[in-house]
Design a protein around this ligand. Structure first.
Ligand SMILES: Cc1cc2nc3c(=O)[nH]c(=O)nc-3n(C[C@H](O)[C@H](O)[C@H](O)COP(=O)(O)OP(=O)(O)OC[C@H]3O[C@@H](n4cnc5c(N)ncnc54)[C@H](O)[C@@H]3O)c2cc1C
Length: 448
C-alpha cells in the first residue's frame, strides 16, 4: 500500500499564488466558509464526497414524497462560477498527515497550509450491528430517497397480499428517536396514512397501519420548552401516532423490533433517527478527540495540539461557559462558527487579532403536520398555525437558490391545498456493474 507522500497529487489543481486552505465537507459550515472566502487572497480547495450541498432539515419531506431530492440539494459547482480562487473537487477524504500537511483522498494527495475539517456527523447505531443492517437511517439525500422507495414499495407489495396478518408488518412503520427528525417523520407518515394512501390503495384498510414513535427519554423534543414538548405530543396523538416514551429498542432483525420490558412490534420498516456521531478521518490523535468522537477545539475552532487545522460544526466540540459539553449539533452553530472563522482568516491577512467564537442561540422549532408546529425563540414560545407559518417561512428562506425556493413554495402550496403530494414514484436503482460502481455508488466514510 502506498503512503500518503507516494500517492500522486490530485491533478489539475492550480499551484497556489497564495496560502492554500483546504476545506473538507461542503455542508452548512464548509460551504459557508468557502463562500465567505470567495475573492480573497487565499486559494480555497473545497472537497466533498458529493457534488451537491444537502439541506438536511427537509430530508423528511423527501422521504415522505412531499419534495424531490433536487429541491433539497444544490449543485456545488454552480456556486463558484465567478470565483477564481475557489476550486471544487468531488473527493472522499480518508487520512491526514499532520506533520507533512498532506491529505489523502480517493483521487490522490493534496497539500495544505490550513486545513478545515467540516465533515459533519453520521448516524449512530450505538454499536448494534443488527439495527445498522436492517434499519433505515436518514443522514443523506440518498438515504431519504431510499426511505421514500421503501415506504411506497411496502404498499405496492401489501396490496397484493390476501392475508391480513401477512400485511400488518409490511404496513406498520416504526420510528426511533423523539428529536425533531423523528417527530417530523412520524407526523408526515401519519398524514400520508390518514389522507393519501387510502385514496391510492382503496383495497387496503389503513386502520391496520400503525405509526409508532419510540423515544428512550421521558419526553419528545429534548431541549425545547415543556409547553412545546407537550403540544408536539398532543399533535402526534391527534394524527394517530402511537408515542412510546421511556422505551428502549434492543434489537431489530428486519421483521421484529425487540423492546426492553415491552411487547415486541412486527414491522419491516424501522426508521432510525436516534442519534448521531461525528465523522472523522485517520491521522487524528486520540487526545484530540472527545469520547463521543467530536474533535476538541479552542475558542477559535483550532484543533487541540495543531496549529494548522480548524474544525467546524457537528464534527467539533467547543466548550463555552453556557455549553460546557459543547454546542448542540445544529445548523446555526455550524454557520456561525464558519462566519467567525472567515472573519478571523481575513483578519489574519491584515495581521489583525482574532476574535473568539460566541454562539448566539436563535431558537428551535419543529413541525408535526399541517398547521401544527412548535417554536421556541429566546424570549417567547408559541405553537399552532402561526408557529407552522413561521416554520415554513424560516425553512424557505434558509434553502439555497431562488429556483429551489420557488419549487419548494409551489410544492408546499400544492401539498397543503390539495393534500396530494405528487412524488409517490417508485424509481428503483438499476443494478450497476461492479466495474462501473465507484463513481455511481455512495462512498463510505473512511472509518466505516
Ligand atoms: C434529518 C436531519 C434533520 C435535521 N434538522 C435540523 C433542523 O431542523 N435544524 C437544525 O438546525 N439542524 C438540523 N439538523 C442538523 C444539521 O443538519 C447539522 O447540524 C448540520 O448539517 C451540521 O453542519 P456541518 O457543516 O457540520 O455538517 P454537514 O452539513 O453534515 O456537512 C458535512 C459534509 O461533509 C461531507 N463529508 C463527510 N465526510 C467526508 C469525507 N470523508 N470526505 C469528503 N466529504 C465528506 C458530507 O458529504 C457533507 O456534505 C438535521 C440533521 C438531520 C440529519
Amino acid at each position: 500500500m502506498l503512503t500518503i507522500q507516494e500517492l500522486t497529487p490530485i491533478p489539475n489543481i492550480p499551484q497556489p499564488k497564495f496560502k492554500r486552505i483546504v476545506i473538507v465537507g461542503a455542508g452548512f459550515a464548509g460551504l459557508k466558509l468557502a463562500r465567505e472566502l470567495a475573492n480573497t487572497d487565499y486559494q480555497v480547495v473545497l472537497l466533498d464526497k458529493n457534488n451537491y450541498h444537502q439541506f438536511q432539515p427537509l430530508f423528511y419531506q423527501v422521504a415522505t414524497a412531499a419534495l424531490s431530492p433536487s429541491a433539497v440539494s444544490f449543485p456545488l459547482r454552480r456556486l463558484f462560477h465567478k470565483t477564481e480562487n475557489i476550486v471544487f473537487r468531488m473527493a472522499v477524504v480518508r487520512k491526514v498527515d499532520r506533520e507533512k500537511k498532506i491529505l489523502e483522498t480517493n483521487l490522490g494527495q493534496l497539500s495544505y497550509d490550513i486545513l478545515i475539517l467540516s465533515q459533519g456527523a453520521n448516524t449512530n447505531f450505538f454499536g448494534n450491528k443488527n439495527i445498522q443492517r436492517h434499519a433505515a437511517p436518514m443522514k443523506t439525500t440518498s438515504e431519504a430517497l431510499y426511505i421514500r422507495n421503501k415506504i411506497i414499495s411496502n404498499y405496492e407489495r401489501a396490496v397484493n397480499l390476501g392475508n391480513i396478518e401477512e400485511r400488518r408488518p409490511i404496513m406498520n412503520v416504526v420510528i426511533v428517536g423523539g428529536g425533531a427528525t423523528g417527530v417530523e417523520l412520524a407526523g408526515a407518515i401519519a398524514e400520508l396514512r390518514n389522507q393519501v394512501f387510502p385514496k391510492d390503495y382503496p383495497q387496503l384498510s389503513f386502520e391496520n397501519m400503525r405509526v409508532i414513535l419510540i423515544e428512550a427519554g421521558p419526553s419528545l423534543l429534548a431541549g425545547l420548552s415543556e409547553n412545546s414538548q407537550q403540544k408536539a405530543q398532543s399533535y402526534l396523538k391527534k394524527l394517530g401516532v402511537e408515542v412510546m416514551l421511556g422505551t428502549m429498542v434492543e434489537d431489530f432483525d428486519g421483521y421484529t423490533v425487540t423492546l426492553k420490558d415491552k411487547e415486541p412490534i412486527k414491522t419491516i420498516t424501522l426508521l432510525w433517527a436516534a442519534g448521531v456521531k461525528a465523522n472523522s478521518l485517520l491521522g487524528i490523535a486520540d487526545v484530540q478527540m472527545a469520547k463521543n468522537g467530536r474533535l476538541l477545539v479552542d475558542q477559535f475552532n483550532k484543533l487541540l495540539n495543531d496549529d494548522s487545522i480548524y474544525v467546524l460544526g457537528d464534527q467539533c466540540l467547543q466548550e463555552e461557559e453556557e455549553f460546557p459539553n459543547g454546542h448542540p449539533q445544529v445548523a446555526q452553530v455550524a454557520i456561525q462558527q464558519a462566519k467567525n472563522l472567515a472573519v478571523n482568516l481575513k483578519r489574519d491577512l491584515k495581521n489583525q487579532e482574532w476574535k473568539p467564537f460566541r454562539y448566539r442561540d436563535l431558537g428551535s422549532m419543529a413541525t408535526v403536520g399541517k398547521k401544527m408546529a412548535v417554536v421556541d425563540l429566546p424570549f417567547i414560545s408559541f405553537q399552532g398555525i402561526f408557529a407552522w407559518l413561521v416554520w415554513l417561512f424560516v425553512h424557505l428562506m434558509a434553502i439555497l437558490g431562488v429556483k429551489n425556493k420557488l419549487i419548494i413554495f409551489i410544492n408546499w402550496a400544492w401539498k397543503y391545498l390539495a393534500f396530494d403530494p405528487s412524488l409517490r414514484l417508485l424509481i428503483r436503482p438499476k443494478y450497476i456493474n461492479p466495474n462501473k460502481r465507484e463513481w455511481l455508488l455512495d462512498q463510505d466514510d473512511p472509518e466505516e
